[in-house]
Design a protein around this ligand. Structure first.
Ligand SMILES: [Zn+2]
Length: 278
């Protein structure tokens, strides 16, 4: 793995790295501003490397749904941005500070709105729980800022485009612990309910992906590499959902005409570009 040239490392990265290097990791937190700066600089690199859908109706829908969820749980008033990546692979990832990406391939496989909402709720959970920031704070060594950037995007690797498109930030999730994943799942359940959306889409989407792994494993490799998904995540989310009363769950929205129009629009767009060759 090549290192990013040091001149490309933002000042805040060097500050965090220096801070950790002198052994103050415990007392040297990453501020919200630093978190947002990390997200913004990584989002700029994602924009340069990944094919992002700019279709106005697509952008509008994903941001409306994403913000409905984020506003239900975010207590820090982050400026959230939701983006559909034009890739037929199944994947989703989030950057610190509130940038959330979902691949077109995942949305096309969702059968109802609550399934997409569950994925967004999970990714929002990684941001609100500051999972990648915590990793950065726990990391050691002068290259911590640089290596997080590398981990998030794979942009440090030669011929970055292919890795970025194929895996699209999944390395971020590969670094998340099972505890982080379980926490993000729990956040996903709580957030969808707070937003008035059925949480049942979360275990449902897991089932869709497990079925897909049997029939078309290549399309979901990236997702499974980054989101260890076993039956226990289905069981755990179903147990969380069972804590709500049947009447409360019944009042929550499971699907909308707007979601179905959004999904049809994605299906009707020209095929996703092939991943860039390194
Ligand atoms: Zn996750």
């Amino acid at each position: 793995m090549m290192r990013l040239h040091s001149s490309r490392v933002p000042a805040w990265c060097r500050a965090v790295a220096a801070c950790l290097t002198v052994g103050l990791a415990g007392s040297c937190g990453v501020s919200q501003q630093q978190e947002v700066e990390l997200g913004a600089s990584t989002a700029a690199q994602v924009r340069a490397e990944l094919p992002l859908l700019k279709d106005a109706a697509v952008v509008k829908y994903i941001n409306t749904l994403g913000n409905q969820l984020a506003r239900a749980t975010d207590t820090r008033n982050l400026a959230w941005t939701f983006t559909v990546v034009d890739s037929k692979e199944v994947n989703a990832f989030a950057l610190p500070g509130g940038w959330v990406y979902v691949n077109r391939g995942l949305i096309e496989r969702a059968t109802n709105m609550s399934e997409l909402a569950g994925v967004l709720g999970h990714e929002i959970g990684h941001v609100t729980l500051r999972h990648s920031v915590q990793q950065m704070q726990q990391a050691q060594g002068a290259n911590v800022g640089v290596s997080l950037l590398c981990t998030l995007t794979k942009l440090c690797e030669g011929g970055a485009g292919q890795a970025a498109i194929g895996i699209g930030g999944s390395a971020l999730f590969a670094k998340f612990s099972r505890t982080d994943e379980a926490e993000a799942d729990a956040e996903g359940v709580a957030t969808t309910v707070k937003a008035g959306i059925s949480p049942r889409g979360i275990p449902e989407m897991f089932q869709v992906l497990l079925r897909e792994r049997k029939t078309n494993p290549g399309a979901v490799d990236a997702f499974f590499a980054s989101h260890p998904l076993e039956e226990d995540r289905i069981t755990a989310t179903e147990a969380l959902i069972a804590q709500y009363s049947a009447s409360q769950l019944q009042r929550l929205t499971r699907d909308t005409p707007a979601f179905q129009a959004f999904r049809r629009r994605l299906l009707a767009l020209p095929p996703s570009p092939a991943p860039k060759k390194p």
